[in-house]
Design a protein around this ligand. Structure first.
Ligand SMILES: N[C@@H](CCC(=O)N[C@@H](CS)C(=O)NCC(=O)O)C(=O)O
Length: 210
């Protein structure tokens, strides 16, 4: 049985979205972040940083939301959620998948952590919001949102005219940008994200958080 360790609405939604998209039979194991369950020895054995998501599947356990999406897509090649290996579309698929985790998440989280995150949930506890860091996060998000907007234009999907894991990963960045309000100035991203939200798998994964 596949088990998703999750706590909504976080980056565990990426893993949930791909599980739902691929219609994989899985069970959900909530990791209660406000209660500190992520810091217990048992969960740290699965995810040494105490972050969600983590995944247990037949024969392996893993963490990192981007890697989980890539792995599950690779395990289900018949569902065509990634371009053929070795093609130019595959190059762009890798590019945008990595871009989501390395370029989109950090500025959004920097902004969130320094402007919106409840102080009792700051790490380490008692850390105050830093307006300079919030402004930096917002500026860095701006650069990246402009790049994505010019690539997307009025297209529905990032790569090869077809829905892929890249849309799940960047789509979750759009969720984070919507949650924080950062997406407001980017109609192209809003339009792209609105179309992704119509997918039944998205709706099951983000139920209650749309
Ligand atoms: N690079 C990791 C980041 C995971 C991450 O930071 N998760 C956050 C929620 S979005 C978390 O678990 N935070 C724990 C906490 O706030 O205590 C991934 O993409 O899986």
């Amino acid at each position: 049985m596949t088990t998703l360790y999750e706590w909504p609405p976080t980056r565990s939604q990426r893993a949930k979205w791909i599980l739902e998209e691929l219609q994989i039979d899985y069970q959900s194991h909530p990791v209660n972040l406000p209660e500190g369950e992520q810091d217990g020895a048992e969960y740290r054995g699965l995810q040494p940083l105490g972050l969600v998501p983590a995944l247990e599947a037949d024969g392996y356990a893993m963490f990192e939301s981007v890697a989980i999406v890539l792995q599950l897509i690779d395990e289900n090649p018949g569902q065509n959620l990634a371009p053929q290996i070795g093609t130019s579309e595959r190059a762009l698929y890798y590019q945008w998948c990595v871009f989501a985790g390395t370029e989109m998440d950090p500025p959004i989280m920097m902004y969130f952590n320094n402007s919106m995150r409840p102080l009792e949930h700051m790490h380490p506890p008692g850390t105050p919001h830093d307006p300079t860091q919030a402004a930096l996060g917002k500026r860095q998000f701006t650069d990246r949102a402009e790049i994505l907007s010019s690539v997307l234009g009025d297209r529905d999907y990032l790569v090869g005219g077809q829905f892929s894991g890249a849309d799940i990963l960047i789509g979750h960045s759009c969720f984070m940008a919507t949650f924080t309000g950062l997406i407001t100035d980017y109609p192209v991203l809003q339009n792209y994200y609105q179309k992704l939200q119509k997918r039944p798998a998205f709706q099951r994964a983000y139920d209650g958080y749309m």
